[in-house]
Design a protein around this ligand. Sequence first.
Ligand SMILES: [Fe+2]
Length: 273
Amino acid sequence: MKLNEKQIIENWSDLIKRIEHQFSGERQEKLLEMYNHFADRMMFAPASSREHYHNCFPGGYVDHVLRVMDCAFDLYNSWMMQGAHTDNYSVEELMFAALNHDLGKVGDLDNDTYVPNESEWHRKNQGALYTVNPKTEFGLVPDRSLFLLQHFGIKYSWNEFLGIRIHDGMYEEANKPYLVSFNPDSRLRSNLPLILHQADMMASRVEWERWKYGENGLQNVRTLTDVPKDKMMKHVAVKPTTSSKPTPEKKPSAASQLNSGADTSKLFDELFK
Ligand SMILES: [Fe+2]
């Protein structure tokens, strides 16, 4: 799986458009300042260092972030349709956390986190196409993400902080006190961190599958409408109806419209009006 130059540029422009339409005022200005500062590095950054992880190719980082945002939109709708509480966090907070959750993967202020691996043996035998740059000081990705946001003076809410901080869920030992609680008062107050974790897992898994099975094995979620219908149906799972409860009619989500290539600016305007 690789992205060509055109796709890399389109993804970058999609990312910037989302920032322009989804955030406003000083926060939007500062986000744009930070993203423009990192543009040259971020646009070509991979999402991981090994090809069997996920999106380990130039442009993989931005592609991953866009997919996590799309998945988070869809999952938000799913949670809401199941009756989950959505009043104590906003879609903007969810999107802010999704947009910035992996910022630390890009690196610190001066250096990339991942640099091309010069060892042919490691590239060939371990799929280690990139290696961690020894110039960057060790830091957990979420911690570095939060550090970069504060460096650029970008304020975030507690919901956004927590979503970014624990987006790796139980894969990160340090998240356990937030996620395993025997005290009712210390349980998570909103579902945002859980939705973001699910979205990250979903996006990473899809990206891994695309590497594993190739482009023909799976659909690109953002180009689903380009696929001939008969071919598409083979891949779309139909949920079995085992319950007598009528299934609520699902309107196409903003995310699915987004995936269909609809005008993103209109969608964001609708969501945030
Ligand atoms: Fe991620």
